[in-house]
Structures are given as structure tokens and as C-alpha cells.
Design a protein around this ligand. Structure first.
Ligand SMILES: C[S@@+](CC[C@H](N)C(=O)[O-])C[C@H]1O[C@@H](n2cnc3c(N)ncnc32)[C@H](O)[C@@H]1O
Length: 262
């Protein structure tokens, strides 16, 4: 690992830029045409640097910075749902996790961070234009963090690549499905879940939740929890005190957590 290969710089409003430290002038999205090594290599963590009109502060490249500054294409799973999913599935070092689709790799970064060196992470995605973005995000993580799991990416729809998945790992402690059609995916891979393992289905609409629920039960899984997480942020009021900030409650998805007891 080269700890200085990637660096994070935060702007006002908390916008994060993740830059690869390299010699040579090139275009960096949001920062213009710069030589990152020349401009940033002497800037210490916590120090400010002026780039054009922007005042940037160098910060450690931890998971929140990695997700704020990530490359995006498909809709990503954020901390609200990722935290619940990973903790309720009990994912930790040494575990094996199957994830489909990888999308932009938003959730994959949370999983990689939690698994550390001793975990195994298998990702599946049919669309290479999505996977390219996700794999680049994961490359940044691997090259920036002290630990990273053994990661295997398989191209294809999960229903079509069961053999490839089981050749990497015969069974999994956790399976996460964030894709449009859950039932066929559940039918394909539910038998790969270890006894005591859990599956989460991420379902933006209620019909997906219902269909996933039925499919999990048909495969002998017990639904442990289903529902939605609602988050309300608080801020400082202009005349003093703290209160909930104005703004709508956003919807992300309904979550279904299923358990293999036997
Ligand atoms: C919303 S994105 C996943 C986002 C991801 N969880 C993240 O946090 O970045 C859904 C992905 O599922 C993929 N997908 C669709 N059908 C699939 C299938 N049958 N098997 C695997 N992946 C599939 C899509 O191509 C898309 O990239």
C-alpha cells in the first residue's frame, strides 16, 4: 500500500475532492488543470490550500470522505441504510459477503471497510459501465486503507452466474440484493447462505418488498425485520437553540432482513 497515493480535500459546504497524487499536469474534475503532486504534496492534514477561488483543507481519507467524494453513476446506498444493514447482518472481519448489483459501489465501500483483510467480498453486476465506476471506487479504498478484503467481481446477472459465485466461495455469511427483480435473484442464491447467515433486500418500492418477502419465505428464510428507516436532521436555529432542520423526509428504500435458521 502507498499511503500517499490518494488524498482528500474538503471545500466549504463539505464538498469532498479525492485526488490521486501524481506528477504531471492534468484535468481534475471540479479543481481544474493542476499537477496534484506539485500543488498538494507539501500540504499537511488540517492545512489549507488555495486552488483557483477555492479554499480546500486536506483531511484524512476515511470512509465518510470516500463516500462523499466517490464517483457515481447508479443510485447509491447511503450511511443511513448501509449502517443498519451491515449491523443487523452482523458483518465483521473474516466473513464472506455476496453483493448484487454493485452499481456505483456505494454499499461495497461500507462492506470493504468492515470486512478488513480477513473477509471475502464477492460482487456481481451485469452492466460494465456501472461496474467500471464501482471498481474504481473500490481501487481507491484498497489503495488508501490499511486493510481491504479479498474481492472478486463477477460480470453478469446474478441468476446466470451462480456457478462462478460458488467457485469463488461455496457459501456466504451475508447476501445483499440491491437490484430491480428480487425473486429470481433470491431463488438463485438463497441456498448459498450459511445457517445463521442473513440476506438483505433493498427495495425502493413496496411491490418489490412484498415480492422479496414471499420469495425469501419460499426459500426457507425467516423474515426478521422489514421496514423503512426515517432520518430527521437537526441544526442550529438562527435565533438560538437547536431544532429539526426544514426540508422533506426523503425516501430511500424499504429493507427486508431475512435469516437462515436451518
Ligand atoms: C441501484 S444499483 C446498486 C447500487 C449499489 N448498491 C450502490 O450502493 O452503489 C442496482 C444495480 O443492480 C444491477 N442489476 C440489475 N439486475 C441485476 C441482476 N439480475 N443481477 C445483478 N445485478 C443486477 C444494475 O445494473 C444496477 O447497477
Amino acid at each position: 500500500m502507498n499511503p500517499t497515493k490518494w488524498s482528500a480535500f474538503v471545500e466549504e459546504e463539505n464538498k469532498v475532492h479525492i485526488v490521486e497524487m501524481m506528477d504531471g499536469v492534468r484535468k481534475i474534475k471540479g479543481l481544474g488543470v493542476i499537477d496534484t503532486n506539485e500543488l498538494f504534496s507539501n500540504i499537511e492534514i488540517g492545512e489549507e490550500v488555495l486552488v483557483g477561488q477555492k479554499v480546500l483543507t486536506r483531511v484524512p481519507l476515511r470512509l465518510p470522505e470516500m463516500t462523499k467524494g466517490m464517483l457515481r453513476r447508479a443510485q447509491t446506498i447511503s450511511a443511513k441504510d448501509a449502517g443498519f444493514m451491515t449491523s443487523r447482518m452482523g458483518i465483521g472481519p473474516g466473513d464472506s459477503v455476496l453483493e448484487a448489483g454493485i452499481g456505483s459501489g456505494g454499499l461495497s465501500m461500507y462492506i470493504a471497510r468492515i470486512l478488513g483483510d480477513s473477509g471475502v467480498h464477492v460482487t456481481v453486476e451485469p452492466r460494465s459501465e456501472h461496474a467500471d465506476i464501482a471498481l474504481e471506487n473500490l481501487r481507491r479504498c484498497k489503495e488508501s486503507w490499511p486493510e481491504f478484503p479479498s474481492h472478486h467481481h463477477i460480470e453478469g446477472a446474478i441468476e446466470d452466474v451462480r456457478e462462478q459465485i460458488s467457485s469463488v466461495r461455496p457459501s456466504f455469511d451475508a447476501i445483499i440484493l440491491d437490484l430491480p427483480e428480487h425473486p429470481s435473484a433470491i431463488q438463485s442464491v438463497a441456498s448459498l447462505l450459511n445457517i445463521g447467515g442473513r440476506m438483505v433486500c433493498y427495495c425502493p418500492v413496496t411491490s418489490q418488498l412484498e415480492n422479496a418477502w414471499i420469495a425469501c419465505e419460499e426459500q426457507g428464510l425467516e423474515v426478521e425485520w422489514a421496514g423503512e428507516l426515517i432520518q430527521r436532521q437537526w441544526g442550529k436555529a438562527s435565533k438560538g437553540g437547536v431544532r429539526p432542520v426544514n426540508g422533506p423526509f426523503g425516501h430511500t428504500a424499504f429493507l427486508l432482513l431475512a435469516y437462515r435458521r436451518e
